[in-house]
Write a protein that binds this ligand. Sequence first.
Ligand code: XBP
Ligand code: MG
Length: 235
Amino acid sequence: MLKALIFDVDGTLADTEEAHRMAFNAAFHDAGLDWYWSAALYAELLAVAGGKERLRHYWRQTDPHGPPPPDAVIDHVHALKTRHYTALASALPLRPGVLHLIHEASDAHLPLALATTTTPANIDALLRGPLGSDWRHLFAAIGDGSTAANKKPAPDVYLQVLAALNVPADDCLAIEDSHNGLQAARAAGIPTLVTPGTYTRTQCFDDALLQLEQLGDLAALRRWHAAAFAEGSMT
Ligand code: XBP
Ligand code: MG
């Protein structure tokens, strides 16, 4: 029986990665770096979850034999990026069906959680508009880039919210947009529904319970979750 919904943030609650890409490029300009991440390159770099991890990965790509980038430099560029992103995110709409589902689940007293690799500042910038400045009261648990050092596809943020929810993984449904996110949720044993975003729709989602273009209502999620166990398709 479905006892909790766990939402990923970037790409799932809103199609945010183009804003992240623009923020990274603005930060490179501010920092005097002659880097530019095209949409095609960013789609490749999204294989690395976490903005700081993505920056380190790219730095090593551009200078494979040089020393690793100093943490202070990565932290500085990422702070510039977060400043640009939070300004952009405040104007981003939630994906179709998300707001309705969050309010429907909340009205039905179905616990909700967030499991993301992004930062608390980015989550607040995205959600305070559509959900209000007190949006945190809608979520029983939040696992994010500040609570888990290991980013997706590691299951850490999902394991954290499962412990906080005190609900068995089988009784939850995770909603994700990316292969990394799907892997993280499945590694935590959580049945997972995927709603691919602009940057992730060509990724592999073989282990998903279901792949949807957009979220439906809570009754549909309950039916899919029940059917998955009735068929025994969930291990
Ligand atoms: C997606 C990510 C994040 C964003 C960039 O997070 O991998 O790293 O791309 O945000 P989600 P930061 O788990 O919500 O899909 O720079 O704050 O990491
Ligand atoms: Mg995501």
